[in-house]
Write a protein that binds this ligand. Structure first.
Ligand code: HEC
Ligand code: HEC
Length: 357
Protein backbone atom coordinates (compact mmCIF):
# COMPACT_ATOMS: atom_id res chain seq x y z
CA UNK A 1 0.00 0.00 0.00
CA UNK A 2 2.70 2.46 1.07
CA UNK A 3 4.73 1.61 -2.01
CA UNK A 4 1.80 2.31 -4.30
CA UNK A 5 1.22 5.72 -2.76
CA UNK A 6 4.88 6.67 -3.16
CA UNK A 7 4.92 5.45 -6.74
CA UNK A 8 1.82 7.40 -7.71
CA UNK A 9 3.09 10.54 -6.01
CA UNK A 10 6.38 10.17 -7.85
CA UNK A 11 4.67 9.70 -11.20
CA UNK A 12 2.52 12.74 -10.57
CA UNK A 13 5.50 14.86 -9.65
CA UNK A 14 7.19 13.80 -12.85
CA UNK A 15 4.16 14.50 -15.00
CA UNK A 16 2.66 17.51 -13.34
CA UNK A 17 5.26 19.34 -11.36
CA UNK A 18 5.35 19.21 -7.58
CA UNK A 19 2.37 17.42 -6.09
CA UNK A 20 0.24 19.45 -3.70
CA UNK A 21 1.35 18.87 -0.15
CA UNK A 22 -1.75 17.90 1.76
CA UNK A 23 -1.80 18.39 5.47
CA UNK A 24 -3.35 15.08 6.53
CA UNK A 25 -4.49 16.10 9.99
CA UNK A 26 -6.20 19.26 8.79
CA UNK A 27 -7.83 17.46 5.88
CA UNK A 28 -9.05 14.67 8.17
CA UNK A 29 -10.57 17.17 10.60
CA UNK A 30 -12.39 19.07 7.88
CA UNK A 31 -13.58 15.84 6.26
CA UNK A 32 -14.98 14.66 9.59
CA UNK A 33 -16.94 17.90 9.91
CA UNK A 34 -18.51 17.27 6.49
CA UNK A 35 -18.94 13.49 6.15
CA UNK A 36 -19.62 10.42 8.29
CA UNK A 37 -18.38 6.88 7.76
CA UNK A 38 -20.73 4.05 6.74
CA UNK A 39 -21.39 1.96 9.85
CA UNK A 40 -20.57 -1.74 9.86
CA UNK A 41 -23.81 -2.58 11.73
CA UNK A 42 -27.34 -2.49 10.32
CA UNK A 43 -28.98 0.74 11.51
CA UNK A 44 -32.26 0.80 13.44
CA UNK A 45 -35.34 2.00 11.60
CA UNK A 46 -37.82 4.33 13.26
CA UNK A 47 -41.04 2.44 12.65
CA UNK A 48 -39.85 -0.94 11.45
CA UNK A 49 -38.05 -3.20 13.88
CA UNK A 50 -35.37 -5.22 12.12
CA UNK A 51 -35.40 -8.91 13.04
CA UNK A 52 -33.71 -11.88 11.43
CA UNK A 53 -36.96 -13.49 10.19
CA UNK A 54 -37.97 -10.15 8.65
CA UNK A 55 -34.64 -9.71 6.88
CA UNK A 56 -34.80 -13.32 5.62
CA UNK A 57 -38.28 -12.72 4.23
CA UNK A 58 -37.21 -9.37 2.77
CA UNK A 59 -34.35 -11.08 0.95
CA UNK A 60 -36.73 -13.63 -0.57
CA UNK A 61 -39.07 -10.86 -1.71
CA UNK A 62 -36.20 -8.78 -3.11
CA UNK A 63 -35.24 -11.68 -5.39
CA UNK A 64 -38.85 -12.78 -6.04
CA UNK A 65 -39.83 -12.26 -9.70
CA UNK A 66 -43.39 -13.38 -8.90
CA UNK A 67 -43.99 -9.97 -7.34
CA UNK A 68 -44.20 -8.72 -10.92
CA UNK A 69 -47.09 -9.24 -13.29
CA UNK A 70 -44.90 -11.10 -15.77
CA UNK A 71 -43.28 -13.03 -12.89
CA UNK A 72 -39.99 -12.27 -14.62
CA UNK A 73 -38.85 -8.99 -13.04
CA UNK A 74 -37.58 -8.71 -9.46
CA UNK A 75 -36.04 -5.83 -7.53
CA UNK A 76 -32.70 -7.46 -8.28
CA UNK A 77 -33.31 -7.16 -12.05
CA UNK A 78 -32.73 -3.42 -11.86
CA UNK A 79 -30.86 -3.22 -8.53
CA UNK A 80 -28.49 -6.11 -9.05
CA UNK A 81 -26.59 -6.69 -5.82
CA UNK A 82 -23.74 -8.21 -7.83
CA UNK A 83 -23.17 -5.15 -10.02
CA UNK A 84 -23.18 -2.19 -7.64
CA UNK A 85 -26.85 -2.37 -6.63
CA UNK A 86 -28.06 -1.00 -9.98
CA UNK A 87 -28.48 -2.18 -13.57
CA UNK A 88 -25.73 -0.18 -15.29
CA UNK A 89 -28.17 0.78 -18.05
CA UNK A 90 -28.90 4.29 -19.26
CA UNK A 91 -32.48 4.00 -18.04
CA UNK A 92 -34.12 0.84 -16.71
CA UNK A 93 -36.02 -1.71 -18.77
CA UNK A 94 -39.15 -3.05 -17.08
CA UNK A 95 -42.46 -4.70 -17.85
CA UNK A 96 -43.08 -5.25 -21.57
CA UNK A 97 -39.46 -4.33 -22.25
CA UNK A 98 -40.47 -0.72 -21.73
CA UNK A 99 -37.66 1.71 -21.21
CA UNK A 100 -38.25 3.78 -18.07
CA UNK A 101 -37.48 7.52 -17.97
CA UNK A 102 -34.68 7.43 -15.39
CA UNK A 103 -31.44 5.77 -14.44
CA UNK A 104 -31.70 3.27 -11.56
CA UNK A 105 -29.87 4.43 -8.43
CA UNK A 106 -28.05 1.92 -6.27
CA UNK A 107 -29.81 0.28 -3.31
CA UNK A 108 -26.54 0.07 -1.39
CA UNK A 109 -26.63 2.40 1.64
CA UNK A 110 -29.97 3.77 0.36
CA UNK A 111 -31.28 3.49 3.93
CA UNK A 112 -29.21 6.59 4.76
CA UNK A 113 -30.77 8.74 2.03
CA UNK A 114 -33.13 11.29 3.47
CA UNK A 115 -35.58 10.83 0.64
CA UNK A 116 -35.77 8.21 -2.07
CA UNK A 117 -35.82 8.62 -5.87
CA UNK A 118 -34.19 11.29 -8.05
CA UNK A 119 -36.96 13.68 -7.08
CA UNK A 120 -37.33 12.57 -3.43
CA UNK A 121 -40.96 11.57 -3.85
CA UNK A 122 -40.82 8.63 -1.41
CA UNK A 123 -40.02 9.34 2.21
CA UNK A 124 -38.45 6.02 3.13
CA UNK A 125 -37.57 2.62 1.73
CA UNK A 126 -40.90 1.05 2.71
CA UNK A 127 -42.86 3.77 0.90
CA UNK A 128 -40.41 3.38 -1.94
CA UNK A 129 -40.75 -0.39 -2.33
CA UNK A 130 -44.46 -0.12 -3.09
CA UNK A 131 -43.70 2.06 -6.11
CA UNK A 132 -41.88 -0.27 -8.48
CA UNK A 133 -44.15 -3.24 -7.77
CA UNK A 134 -47.04 -1.18 -9.13
CA UNK A 135 -45.30 1.03 -11.72
CA UNK A 136 -46.38 0.06 -15.19
CA UNK A 137 -42.86 0.40 -16.59
CA UNK A 138 -41.37 -1.63 -13.76
CA UNK A 139 -43.14 -4.64 -12.27
CA UNK A 140 -46.66 -3.56 -13.28
CA UNK A 141 -48.49 -5.51 -10.58
CA UNK A 142 -51.40 -4.81 -8.24
CA UNK A 143 -51.15 -5.11 -4.46
CA UNK A 144 -54.08 -7.55 -4.35
CA UNK A 145 -52.38 -9.78 -6.92
CA UNK A 146 -49.10 -9.69 -4.97
CA UNK A 147 -50.87 -10.70 -1.77
CA UNK A 148 -52.85 -13.42 -3.57
CA UNK A 149 -49.62 -14.83 -5.02
CA UNK A 150 -47.79 -14.85 -1.68
CA UNK A 151 -50.78 -16.29 0.21
CA UNK A 152 -51.00 -19.17 -2.25
CA UNK A 153 -47.56 -20.43 -1.23
CA UNK A 154 -47.38 -22.10 2.22
CA UNK A 155 -43.68 -21.28 2.76
CA UNK A 156 -44.46 -17.57 2.35
CA UNK A 157 -47.42 -17.76 4.74
CA UNK A 158 -45.05 -19.28 7.28
CA UNK A 159 -42.27 -16.74 6.65
CA UNK A 160 -44.68 -13.78 7.04
CA UNK A 161 -46.06 -15.26 10.27
CA UNK A 162 -42.52 -15.50 11.65
CA UNK A 163 -41.54 -12.02 10.50
CA UNK A 164 -44.73 -10.37 11.78
CA UNK A 165 -45.68 -12.47 14.83
CA UNK A 166 -48.15 -9.88 16.19
CA UNK A 167 -50.10 -9.39 12.97
CA UNK A 168 -53.61 -10.73 12.53
CA UNK A 169 -53.17 -11.20 8.81
CA UNK A 170 -49.42 -11.12 8.32
CA UNK A 171 -49.49 -11.47 4.52
CA UNK A 172 -50.37 -7.94 3.40
CA UNK A 173 -48.87 -5.31 1.09
CA UNK A 174 -47.58 -3.08 3.92
CA UNK A 175 -45.66 -6.01 5.37
CA UNK A 176 -44.20 -6.83 1.95
CA UNK A 177 -42.78 -3.29 1.91
CA UNK A 178 -41.59 -3.43 5.53
CA UNK A 179 -39.78 -6.74 4.99
CA UNK A 180 -38.06 -5.44 1.86
CA UNK A 181 -37.07 -2.26 3.71
CA UNK A 182 -35.58 -4.33 6.55
CA UNK A 183 -33.56 -6.33 4.04
CA UNK A 184 -32.39 -3.23 2.19
CA UNK A 185 -31.17 -1.75 5.49
CA UNK A 186 -28.62 -4.59 5.59
CA UNK A 187 -27.20 -3.69 2.16
CA UNK A 188 -24.33 -1.51 3.39
CA UNK A 189 -20.86 -1.06 1.95
CA UNK A 190 -18.61 -0.17 4.90
CA UNK A 191 -14.81 0.06 5.10
CA UNK A 192 -14.15 2.13 1.97
CA UNK A 193 -10.66 3.69 2.01
CA UNK A 194 -12.45 7.00 2.68
CA UNK A 195 -14.19 5.53 5.76
CA UNK A 196 -10.86 4.27 7.07
CA UNK A 197 -9.43 7.74 6.51
CA UNK A 198 -12.35 9.36 8.37
CA UNK A 199 -11.70 6.95 11.23
CA UNK A 200 -8.10 8.12 11.50
CA UNK A 201 -5.98 6.03 9.10
CA UNK A 202 -4.22 8.71 7.06
CA UNK A 203 -2.60 6.09 4.81
CA UNK A 204 -5.90 4.50 3.78
CA UNK A 205 -6.22 6.91 0.83
CA UNK A 206 -3.58 7.59 -1.81
CA UNK A 207 -2.02 11.06 -2.03
CA UNK A 208 -3.97 11.67 -5.24
CA UNK A 209 -7.26 10.63 -3.61
CA UNK A 210 -6.55 13.03 -0.74
CA UNK A 211 -5.87 15.85 -3.19
CA UNK A 212 -9.18 14.97 -4.85
CA UNK A 213 -10.96 15.10 -1.49
CA UNK A 214 -9.46 18.52 -0.82
CA UNK A 215 -10.61 19.79 -4.22
CA UNK A 216 -14.05 18.26 -3.64
CA UNK A 217 -14.40 20.30 -0.43
CA UNK A 218 -12.57 23.48 -1.49
CA UNK A 219 -14.39 23.83 -4.82
CA UNK A 220 -17.81 23.42 -3.18
CA UNK A 221 -18.94 19.94 -4.33
CA UNK A 222 -19.42 19.02 -0.67
CA UNK A 223 -21.90 21.85 -0.13
CA UNK A 224 -24.42 19.56 -1.84
CA UNK A 225 -22.78 16.11 -1.60
CA UNK A 226 -22.07 15.65 2.10
CA UNK A 227 -23.04 13.51 5.11
CA UNK A 228 -22.86 9.74 5.40
CA UNK A 229 -23.76 9.02 1.79
CA UNK A 230 -21.84 11.97 0.33
CA UNK A 231 -25.23 13.17 -0.94
CA UNK A 232 -28.71 11.67 -0.81
CA UNK A 233 -30.42 14.70 0.70
CA UNK A 234 -31.14 18.21 -0.44
CA UNK A 235 -32.67 19.30 -3.76
CA UNK A 236 -31.00 21.54 -6.29
CA UNK A 237 -31.56 22.61 -9.84
CA UNK A 238 -29.48 20.58 -12.30
CA UNK A 239 -27.78 23.66 -13.66
CA UNK A 240 -27.55 26.12 -10.75
CA UNK A 241 -25.19 28.24 -12.83
CA UNK A 242 -25.53 26.81 -16.31
CA UNK A 243 -28.15 24.35 -17.52
CA UNK A 244 -26.55 21.36 -19.29
CA UNK A 245 -27.60 20.65 -22.87
CA UNK A 246 -30.67 18.56 -23.66
CA UNK A 247 -28.38 15.61 -24.47
CA UNK A 248 -27.57 15.37 -20.73
CA UNK A 249 -30.68 17.03 -19.27
CA UNK A 250 -33.66 16.02 -21.42
CA UNK A 251 -36.17 18.86 -21.21
CA UNK A 252 -39.25 16.64 -20.71
CA UNK A 253 -38.26 15.38 -17.23
CA UNK A 254 -38.73 18.35 -14.92
CA UNK A 255 -37.72 16.49 -11.76
CA UNK A 256 -39.20 17.71 -8.49
CA UNK A 257 -41.64 19.95 -10.35
CA UNK A 258 -43.78 16.84 -10.85
CA UNK A 259 -43.89 16.35 -7.06
CA UNK A 260 -44.47 19.93 -5.87
CA UNK A 261 -45.97 21.70 -8.95
CA UNK A 262 -43.90 24.77 -8.02
CA UNK A 263 -42.16 26.63 -10.83
CA UNK A 264 -39.01 26.93 -8.67
CA UNK A 265 -38.73 23.16 -8.72
CA UNK A 266 -38.34 22.80 -12.48
CA UNK A 267 -35.31 20.62 -13.23
CA UNK A 268 -34.65 20.26 -9.51
CA UNK A 269 -33.25 16.90 -8.44
CA UNK A 270 -31.88 15.36 -5.28
CA UNK A 271 -28.11 15.62 -4.97
CA UNK A 272 -27.47 11.89 -5.42
CA UNK A 273 -25.38 9.85 -3.00
CA UNK A 274 -21.86 9.37 -4.36
CA UNK A 275 -21.00 6.24 -2.35
CA UNK A 276 -19.78 3.55 -4.85
CA UNK A 277 -20.38 5.98 -7.70
CA UNK A 278 -17.39 4.54 -9.62
CA UNK A 279 -19.35 1.26 -9.80
CA UNK A 280 -22.64 2.69 -11.05
CA UNK A 281 -22.09 4.25 -14.49
CA UNK A 282 -23.83 5.67 -16.43
CA UNK A 283 -24.51 8.95 -14.65
CA UNK A 284 -27.22 11.51 -13.97
CA UNK A 285 -30.95 10.82 -13.86
CA UNK A 286 -30.84 10.58 -17.64
CA UNK A 287 -27.97 8.06 -17.62
CA UNK A 288 -26.47 9.91 -20.57
CA UNK A 289 -22.87 10.22 -19.31
CA UNK A 290 -20.69 7.12 -19.06
CA UNK A 291 -17.35 8.65 -17.97
CA UNK A 292 -17.07 9.73 -14.35
CA UNK A 293 -14.46 12.37 -15.31
CA UNK A 294 -16.99 13.92 -17.68
CA UNK A 295 -19.75 13.84 -15.03
CA UNK A 296 -17.42 15.66 -12.64
CA UNK A 297 -16.59 18.32 -15.23
CA UNK A 298 -20.28 18.83 -16.03
CA UNK A 299 -20.93 19.31 -12.30
CA UNK A 300 -18.17 21.93 -12.19
CA UNK A 301 -19.68 24.05 -14.95
CA UNK A 302 -23.37 23.36 -14.26
CA UNK A 303 -23.45 23.63 -10.46
CA UNK A 304 -20.44 25.80 -9.61
CA UNK A 305 -19.64 27.76 -12.76
CA UNK A 306 -16.03 26.56 -12.82
CA UNK A 307 -13.99 24.73 -15.42
CA UNK A 308 -12.26 21.76 -13.89
CA UNK A 309 -9.30 20.73 -16.05
CA UNK A 310 -8.56 17.07 -16.78
CA UNK A 311 -6.00 16.87 -13.99
CA UNK A 312 -8.37 18.26 -11.38
CA UNK A 313 -11.22 16.05 -12.59
CA UNK A 314 -8.83 13.06 -12.45
CA UNK A 315 -8.00 13.80 -8.83
CA UNK A 316 -11.65 14.14 -7.88
CA UNK A 317 -12.42 10.84 -9.63
CA UNK A 318 -9.60 9.18 -7.68
CA UNK A 319 -11.24 10.50 -4.51
CA UNK A 320 -14.64 9.23 -5.68
CA UNK A 321 -13.11 5.76 -6.23
CA UNK A 322 -12.04 5.78 -2.58
CA UNK A 323 -15.78 5.77 -1.76
CA UNK A 324 -16.03 2.16 -3.00
CA UNK A 325 -16.77 0.07 0.10
CA UNK A 326 -17.06 -3.65 0.80
CA UNK A 327 -19.92 -5.11 -1.24
CA UNK A 328 -22.22 -7.15 1.01
CA UNK A 329 -22.04 -10.92 0.64
CA UNK A 330 -25.47 -12.04 -0.44
CA UNK A 331 -26.74 -15.61 -0.27
CA UNK A 332 -29.25 -16.21 -3.01
CA UNK A 333 -32.49 -17.22 -1.25
CA UNK A 334 -34.40 -20.41 -1.93
CA UNK A 335 -37.71 -19.37 -3.42
CA UNK A 336 -40.60 -21.79 -2.79
CA UNK A 337 -42.46 -23.44 -5.67
CA UNK A 338 -45.89 -22.35 -6.80
CA UNK A 339 -49.11 -24.16 -5.93
CA UNK A 340 -52.28 -24.76 -7.93
CA UNK A 341 -53.71 -21.55 -6.43
CA UNK A 342 -50.80 -19.33 -7.48
CA UNK A 343 -51.86 -16.87 -10.21
CA UNK A 344 -50.18 -17.54 -13.55
CA UNK A 345 -47.78 -15.04 -15.11
CA UNK A 346 -49.23 -12.45 -17.49
CA UNK A 347 -47.48 -12.01 -20.82
CA UNK A 348 -44.64 -9.51 -20.99
CA UNK A 349 -45.65 -7.99 -24.29
CA UNK A 350 -47.46 -4.69 -24.03
CA UNK A 351 -49.66 -5.53 -27.04
CA UNK A 352 -51.41 -8.51 -25.47
CA UNK A 353 -52.18 -6.45 -22.40
CA UNK A 354 -54.28 -4.00 -24.34
CA UNK A 355 -57.01 -6.68 -24.60
CA UNK A 356 -58.20 -5.96 -21.06
CA UNK A 357 -58.98 -2.29 -21.77
C1 HEC B 1 -37.56 -1.97 -14.00
C2 HEC B 1 -36.48 -1.59 -13.14
C3 HEC B 1 -36.73 -1.47 -11.65
C4 HEC B 1 -37.30 -2.41 -10.82
C5 HEC B 1 -37.88 -3.75 -11.17
C6 HEC B 1 -37.17 -1.87 -9.49
N1 HEC B 1 -36.57 -0.66 -9.52
FE1 HEC B 1 -36.06 0.49 -7.93
N2 HEC B 1 -35.62 2.00 -9.16
C7 HEC B 1 -35.60 1.95 -10.53
C8 HEC B 1 -35.45 3.30 -11.06
C9 HEC B 1 -35.38 3.67 -12.53
C10 HEC B 1 -35.39 4.16 -9.96
C11 HEC B 1 -35.30 5.70 -9.98
C12 HEC B 1 -36.69 6.21 -10.21
C13 HEC B 1 -36.84 7.70 -10.00
O1 HEC B 1 -36.02 8.29 -9.32
O2 HEC B 1 -37.81 8.26 -10.50
C14 HEC B 1 -35.47 3.30 -8.76
C15 HEC B 1 -35.34 3.76 -7.47
C16 HEC B 1 -35.23 2.92 -6.37
C17 HEC B 1 -34.80 3.31 -5.05
C18 HEC B 1 -34.38 4.70 -4.63
C19 HEC B 1 -32.90 4.81 -4.46
C20 HEC B 1 -32.47 6.22 -4.29
O3 HEC B 1 -31.28 6.47 -4.14
O4 HEC B 1 -33.31 7.12 -4.35
C21 HEC B 1 -34.83 2.20 -4.25
C22 HEC B 1 -34.46 2.09 -2.80
C23 HEC B 1 -35.34 1.12 -5.08
N3 HEC B 1 -35.56 1.59 -6.35
C24 HEC B 1 -35.62 -0.16 -4.63
C25 HEC B 1 -36.36 -1.07 -5.37
C26 HEC B 1 -37.03 -2.26 -4.81
C27 HEC B 1 -37.03 -2.66 -3.36
C28 HEC B 1 -37.60 -2.90 -5.86
C29 HEC B 1 -38.45 -4.15 -5.83
C30 HEC B 1 -39.68 -4.07 -5.06
C31 HEC B 1 -37.29 -2.14 -7.06
N4 HEC B 1 -36.58 -1.03 -6.71
C32 HEC B 1 -37.65 -2.52 -8.35
C33 HEC B 1 -35.71 0.82 -11.28
C34 HEC B 1 -36.29 -0.36 -10.83
C1 HEC C 1 -25.67 22.84 -6.03
C2 HEC C 1 -25.56 21.46 -5.66
C3 HEC C 1 -24.48 20.61 -6.28
C4 HEC C 1 -23.13 20.87 -6.36
C5 HEC C 1 -22.39 22.10 -5.88
C6 HEC C 1 -22.53 19.71 -6.97
N1 HEC C 1 -23.47 18.78 -7.26
FE1 HEC C 1 -23.14 16.97 -8.08
N2 HEC C 1 -25.14 16.70 -8.30
C7 HEC C 1 -26.11 17.57 -7.86
C8 HEC C 1 -27.39 17.16 -8.38
C9 HEC C 1 -28.72 17.82 -8.14
C10 HEC C 1 -27.14 16.02 -9.18
C11 HEC C 1 -28.17 15.22 -9.97
C12 HEC C 1 -28.24 15.72 -11.39
C13 HEC C 1 -29.23 14.92 -12.20
O1 HEC C 1 -28.90 13.86 -12.69
O2 HEC C 1 -30.37 15.36 -12.30
C14 HEC C 1 -25.72 15.74 -9.08
C15 HEC C 1 -25.08 14.66 -9.70
C16 HEC C 1 -23.73 14.36 -9.54
C17 HEC C 1 -23.08 13.17 -10.04
C18 HEC C 1 -23.76 12.02 -10.77
C19 HEC C 1 -24.08 10.92 -9.79
C20 HEC C 1 -24.87 9.78 -10.34
O3 HEC C 1 -25.03 8.79 -9.60
O4 HEC C 1 -25.35 9.83 -11.46
C21 HEC C 1 -21.75 13.27 -9.71
C22 HEC C 1 -20.65 12.26 -10.01
C23 HEC C 1 -21.57 14.51 -9.01
N3 HEC C 1 -22.80 15.15 -8.91
C24 HEC C 1 -20.37 15.00 -8.54
C25 HEC C 1 -20.17 16.33 -8.17
C26 HEC C 1 -18.88 16.97 -8.06
C27 HEC C 1 -17.55 16.29 -8.27
C28 HEC C 1 -19.10 18.28 -7.73
C29 HEC C 1 -18.09 19.39 -7.61
C30 HEC C 1 -17.32 19.66 -8.79
C31 HEC C 1 -20.55 18.43 -7.59
N4 HEC C 1 -21.17 17.24 -7.90
C32 HEC C 1 -21.18 19.60 -7.23
C33 HEC C 1 -25.92 18.66 -7.03
C34 HEC C 1 -24.68 19.30 -6.87
Amino acid sequence: MKVRILASAAVMTALAGPALAVDDAKLMKKANETFDPIPTETPELEDNKITEPKVDLGRMLYFEPRLSKSQLVSCNTCHNVGTGGDDNLETSIGHGWQKGPRNAPTVFNAVFNEAQFWDGRAEDLAAQAKGPIQASVEMNNEPSQVVKTLKSIPEYREAFAKAFPDADKPVNFDNVADAIEAYEATLLTPNAPFDQFLRGDKDAMSAKAKQGLKLFMDKGCSSCHNGRNVGGHGYYPFGVVQKPGADVLPRDDKGRFAVTQTADDEYVFRAPPLRNVARTAPYFHSGKVWQLEQAVQIMGSAQLGIDLNDKQAGKIVTFLKSLNGDIPTVTYPKLPVRTAETPKPKPMMAKEEKTSH
